[in-house]
Design a protein around this ligand. Structure first.
Ligand SMILES: [Zn+2]
Length: 57
């Protein structure tokens, strides 16, 4: 089947990788961690902002 050779693009680094990869939708564990870290940083910074805001008042 030709589907076995299908490649998809990593949403973090845009490099192509095998669609059967365990790390999908990322090309590697590294990109998976980057995405997770970005997401957590965003959540955390929003949370911090809210706390600072309350303290200032
Ligand atoms: Zn990647």
């Amino acid at each position: 089947m030709s589907l076995e050779n299908k490649k998809i693009k990593c949403i973090i680094c845009n490099s192509k990788f095998d669609i059967n990869s365990d790390t999908k939708p990322f090309c590697s564990k590294r990109c998976s961690n980057i995405d997770l870290k970005n997401w957590l940083d965003e959540k955390y910074s929003i949370h911090l902002d809210e706390n600072n805001y309350e303290k200032d008042i």
